[in-house]
Write a protein that binds this ligand. Sequence first.
Ligand SMILES: [Zn+2]
Length: 77
Amino acid sequence: MTRLRHTWSDPYRTEYATERACWACGLVRVTRHEPGVRPWVEFRRGGRGGVRADDGSGRTPPCEGEAPQAAGEVVTP
Ligand SMILES: [Zn+2]
């Protein structure tokens, strides 16, 4: 079973954060960089609150979206 990687969009930068969204699964990766503290990364999915990546695993959640190859047959008018 292959683990899908996220396909991140171009970063959207604000003053204290940089956000990227995965095209496939909609996960949002937020890199927070506020003055005086070390940057950290949060992940958001489906309207839930921020989930800190350093909750013990420090890992990016796996991509739950369809791979582009698997969705290649979809025809969009
Ligand atoms: Zn993804």
